[in-house]
Ligand binder design. Structure first.
Ligand code: LMR
Length: 331
């Protein structure tokens, strides 16, 4: 939708918070931090298009990508305060309010995105996680996949756990992610996504972990020399809204928005992996990395073993029940 709000500044009956009273347009601001040519970027734009179509233009969705409006640390409270109506932070970032959401950050916890989807659909994992959002005036609408993270580093290839020793890695704000790097002797540095490129460029950090689509679209591969295809951790998003805003919507509008969202979620589930794979090819074509190494099964086992203590360490903070439920998915 158009960036200019049609309900503001004219003394009309809009309450200025995206709600409408008498047939005016409802504005939904959707804030996110990634580029538009990524799974989340494309999904947000698709939601905008479908939402406006299905509501017959009653809703104006305004998408703000690339941390234009808010960065990682700010967006949760912006949704709580209804300054923006929707966001899709990485699950790791939701853990600032709800430590249980770190369940998705455990190293090698999920074999594939199918397993993540199974987890989200189960009552004891997804049900529990979505329910707790309500305590803080948030409503979980859906879960969008990005995919699995890979490791990059400036100095040398990351093949054995020892290769991490003493290297500084950027992490999203999640204690589990910090512990993952500490388990292999590295120094984790939490930092918003918007600052990663320049921190890599200036050598403030030595490496980082992210999906191929985030690496490619933000050009991390231009300021790093080595990448390991490790698929060691999952990156996905909690699509959230302000609970009061959403439940206050007219029923027909809400159900059309849900329809738009369902379709978008289906699309991102079916296409996230493809986009990431395409980005690997583009990274290769660019030729800016010295080496791309794919972990062998044997090498992967060594990483799994080295990072395994993280599970025990976070039993209390994340919850043994949740951890056991995720482990059970692998059996
Ligand atoms: C990151 O901070 O690395 C990611 O969460 C960015 C994103 O939203 O995919």
């Amino acid at each position: 939708g158009a960036r200019s709000s049609e309900t503001s500044g004219d003394g009309s009956s809009s309450d200025g918070e995206g709600n409408n009273q008498d047939g005016e347009k409802i504005t939904i601001k959707f804030s996110h931090v990634v580029a538009e040519n990524t799974p989340k970027g494309k999904a947000a734009n698709m939601f905008e298009e479908l939402a406006e179509k299905y509501t017959d233009g009653k809703v104006d969705v305004q998408v703000f990508p690339n941390s234009q409006l808010y960065n990682d640390d700010e967006v949760l409270s912006a949704v709580q305060q209804n300054n923006v109506q929707m966001a899709a932070p990485a699950t790791s970032k939701v853990s600032k309010l709800f430590p249980e959401w770190q369940i998705f950050d455990f190293p090698f916890a999920f074999e594939d995105t199918q397993a993540v989807q199974e987890a989200m659909e189960s009552e004891e994992i997804g049900g529990k996680l979505f329910k707790m959002l309500k305590d803080q005036n948030l409503l979980g609408l859906s879960m969008w996949d990005n995919g699995f993270k890979q490791m990059t580093l400036d100095e040398h290839a990351l093949i054995k756990p020892e290769d991490f020793e003493g290297q500084k890695f950027r992490v999203m704000s999640s204690k589990v992610l910090e512990a993952q790097f500490e388990a292999v002797g590295a120094n984790p540095t939490p930092m918003p996504f918007s600052e990663v490129y320049s921190a890599l460029e200036q050598g403030v950090i030595d490496g980082q972990e992210n999906t191929l689509s985030n690496i490619y679209s933000k050009k991390f591969h231009e300021v790093q020399n080595y990448m390991t295809i490790s698929n060691h951790g999952y990156l996905g998003y909690a699509v959230i809204t302000n609970d009061e805003f959403w439940t206050g919507l007219p029923d027909d509008v809400r159900s059309n928005l849900e329809k738009a969202l369902d379709e978008t979620t289906k699309w991102v589930r079916e296409n996230g992996e493809r986009l990431n794979n395409e980005n690997l090819e583009k990274i290769k074509e660019d030729g800016t990395l010295k080496e791309i190494h794919k972990l062998t099964d044997e090498e992967k086992q060594a990483w799994i073993k080295a990072m395994d203590p993280v599970y025990k360490q976070f039993e209390e903070e994340v919850g043994k029940d949740l951890i056991d439920a995720v482990k059970a998915l692998r059996e």
